[in-house]
Design a protein. Structure first.
Ligand SMILES: *Cc1c(COP(=O)(O)O)cnc(C)c1O
Length: 234
């Protein structure tokens, strides 16, 4: 099967086909692996085109960008998922516009989000971001601090813990990339043994999603393979 990758529809179909291939190779049911399209840096018109293709849930890494897009597309009933590092002073914007945060990585952010959500009478799903890669530039809670943090989260009634998220090391060496995914998978086992409801594993991006599927991902955050190259770095 060939796809016209000069169009959004063609790239989306190509990604879906290659996700299905990776699932088959890993002996997994494709229904277990969800696609989260990452629309960061792409404008409202492109998101609207994606909505026309049936996408309703979008990953973004900046609170302001979610606010702008959610406002412009208010009639579409979309879900906005925060996947980037969040400052606590963005908690109110996130509590107003986001349906989920996958980059929860520290207690003060949990406190700020919970407070802002309670003030709005809302609750959202959260994934805890874990730092599985040695790179300085990657954020996330350290594996050693994860279980105590999950215990602390029980006190925040507006944050519904659903799983874990990570970014793998950016490396040409597949084993190094897989090692990050495996770390997250094992941490989920330990969190489950400790009684936490962490079914979801958000791991895998445009460059490494086949490996993530092989290592047990349940959710892929894919930007450039669907929307094209981003015109500025974020
Ligand atoms: C941008 C981003 C992605 C998507 O990256 P691509 O390589 O474009 O697929 C996934 N996860 C996070 C946290 C991101 O910031």
């Amino acid at each position: 099967m060939t796809f016209d990758v000069s169009t959004l529809a063609g790239r989306l179909a190509a990604v879906r086909a290659s996700m299905a291939d990776a699932c088959r190779q890993a002996g997994r049911d494709p229904a277990e692996v969800v696609l989260l399209p990452v629309s960061k840096t792409f404008g409202v018109d492109i998101v609207r085109e994606a909505v026309g293709l049936g996408l309703r849930r979008f990953g973004e890494n900046k609170a302001q960008e979610i606010q702008a897009k959610a406002t412009a597309l208010a009639g579409e009933n979309l879900e906005w998922v925060v996947i980037g590092h969040l400052q606590t002073n963005k908690a109110k914007v996130v509590a107003t516009y986001a349906s989920e945060v996958q980059s929860l990585d520290r207690p003060d952010l949990a406190v700020a989000l919970d407070k802002a959500l309670q003030a709005r009478g809302r609750a959202i799903d959260v994934l805890v971001q874990v730092k599985t890669s040695p790179e300085e530039t990657k954020s996330g809670i350290s594996p050693a601090d994860l279980l105590p943090f999950l215990d602390e989260l029980k006190a925040f009634h507006s944050l519904r813990l659903r799983g874990l998220m990570t970014l793998a090391e950016a490396s040409e060496d597949e084993e190094r990339v897989r090692a990050c995914f495996r770390t997250l998978y094992r941490l989920r086992d330990r969190a489950r043994e400790a009684g936490h409801a962490v079914d979801r594993l958000s791991m895998g991006m445009s460059g490494d999603y086949a490996l993530a599927i092989a290592e047990g991902s349940t959710e892929l955050r894919i930007g450039s393979a669907i929307f094209g190259a981003r015109s500025y770095k974020v």
